[in-house]
Design a binder for this molecule. Structure first.
Ligand SMILES: *[C@@H]1O[C@H](CO)[C@@H](O)[C@H](O)[C@H]1NC(C)=O
Ligand SMILES: *[C@@H]1O[C@H](CO)[C@@H](O)[C@H](O)[C@H]1NC(C)=O
Ligand SMILES: *[C@@H]1O[C@H](CO)[C@@H](O)[C@H](O)[C@H]1NC(C)=O
Ligand SMILES: *[C@@H]1O[C@H](CO)[C@@H](O)[C@H](O)[C@H]1NC(C)=O
Ligand SMILES: *[C@@H]1O[C@H](CO)[C@@H](O)[C@H](O)[C@H]1NC(C)=O
Ligand SMILES: *[C@@H]1O[C@H](CO)[C@@H](O)[C@H](O)[C@H]1NC(C)=O
Length: 350
């Protein structure tokens, strides 16, 4: 576990030391079992233990280890530095006594888990407000005082989990509060070739791939005011594309009809949502393999292309196609931007 090249720069050390804080402002004291050894008993939360290093070296080792969220400095003759996940403080033991001070990394996520590798917060919050009074990320994130980029998952009282993305805009002048409505990233572990009711309710997993549900997207975009849809896509070769719309969809009675207007002028580039063409999605109702609302008199586009979408006749876009499929008809495509390995559709209030 101990990396030999962990001590990099003085800058790193200073950075970490400035973010360390003593728990509750006081030195916390422990009695430790198996003093001086990495203990099986304490297992998962102690990542490694280094004898006789200074506090700043210990801190720098923590900074180098993305799993580290706290260090313990123990003194019993010679000092010991413990790199820990910070999930628990070490258990007390009466046998071998030593005194340790626990320093936690300042956590930008408060109670949530800070993934230092991805620099995201993951926090599960169960909100107990009545349904619909606070059921999008704009409102839920407003309950917290969030100032860092990250991802927070809220579980609503009805059971649905929302993936919220916080994005602090340049200069910190604005904080974008996104509700993620669709994600493709995990290589096909969740299939999207599903029926109307599944698209209506939503499916998949918020920790991998999902469709949040057409009823939810309708409610989300039915809140007074404009809604900004951003679609972020990455091709297998790493090339990225982001497109932006004003966006809402009608209710189930309206077939979840798509209403999109460009926010970035991309219709000039043969925009698959907006252009007037027989494959374009705007103003189409949603179609699935069992509910054919498309504009093709012969084919059932959702069935042919393996995913529910605002199919026309048939499509120049299908972000719900089959993951990893190179056949254009079946795959995940955005016009000529094909072979996509990552897609995220997110919505925020304007
Ligand atoms: C601890 O480290 C210091 C400085 O590196 C060294 O002088 C000292 O001998 C070490 N003590 C032990 C017990 O290893
Ligand atoms: C440690 O000491 C406390 C108080 O003396 C006692 O209640 C506890 O059971 C002891 N724990 C162990 C593991 O022996
Ligand atoms: C949050 O929920 C997910 C999915 O249910 C679970 O895997 C994860 O451990 C939870 N995280 C926390 C910090 O409770
Ligand atoms: C919300 O949707 C309902 C139908 O489901 C509609 O009657 C109402 O006008 C919509 N409200 C807004 C603000 O779009
Ligand atoms: C659907 O097809 C009809 C008949 O070809 C056409 O008039 C109409 O504009 C099409 N609708 C869309 C949204 O493309
Ligand atoms: C792509 O898939 C469609 C639908 O299954 C099929 O008709 C077509 O032949 C396939 N194209 C190629 C090049 O394999």
């Amino acid at each position: 576990m101990i990396q030999t090249n962990t001590i990099k720069t003085i800058f790193n050390t200073l950075l970490l030391m400035s973010t360390l804080s003593k728990v509750n402002g006081t030195v916390r004291q422990f009695h430790l079992h198996l003093y001086g050894e990495v203990s099986e008993e304490y297992g998962p939360h102690i990542l490694c233990q280094i004898p006789n290093v200074s506090k700043s070296v210990c801190a720098s080792m923590c900074l180098e280890n993305a799993k580290c969220h706290a260090v313990e400095i123990c003194n019993h003759g010679v000092s010991r530095c413990r790199i820990t996940t910070g999930q628990h403080s070490s258990p007390m033991s009466n046998s071998s006594r030593s005194t340790c001070q626990l320093y936690r990394l300042g956590n930008p996520c408060r109670e949530g888990y800070w993934d230092r590798l991805q620099n995201t917060c993951t926090q599960n919050i169960t909100q107990t407000l009545p349904p619909n009074t606070c059921a999008d990320c704009h409102c839920l994130l407003g309950l917290l005082d969030i100032v860092t980029n990250g991802e927070i998952r809220f579980t609503l009282s009805g059971g649905k989990t929302l993936v919220c993305v916080v994005e602090v805009a340049v200069l910190g002048l604005d904080i974008y509060k996104w509700t993620v409505i669709q994600r493709r990233r995990s290589g096909g572990s969740v299939h999207f070739d599903r029926e109307w009711n599944e698209y209506k309710e939503g499916f998949g997993s918020t920790t991998s791939d999902f469709w949040i549900g057409n009823d939810f997207i309708h409610q989300l975009t039915n809140i007074t005011g404009n809604h900004h849809l951003q679609i972020r896509m990455t091709k297998n070769n790493g090339q990225k594309l982001t497109v932006e719309y004003l966006f809402y969809i009608e209710s189930e009675n309206g077939g979840y009809r798509l209403h999109a207007a460009s926010l970035d002028g991309s219709q000039n580039l043969g925009d698959p949502f907006l252009s007037t063409c027989q494959e374009c999605a705007n103003l189409m109702k949603f179609s699935t393999k069992d509910v054919d609302n498309d504009n093709d008199t012969i084919r059932n586009c959702a069935s042919v292309s393996k995913g529910g979408w605002w199919h026309n006749s048939c499509q120049k876009s299908n972000l719900n196609g089959e993951f990893g499929q190179v056949n254009y008809t079946l795959g995940i495509n955005w016009n000529k931007f094909t072979d996509l390995s990552y897609v995220e559709m997110r919505v925020r209030r304007l």
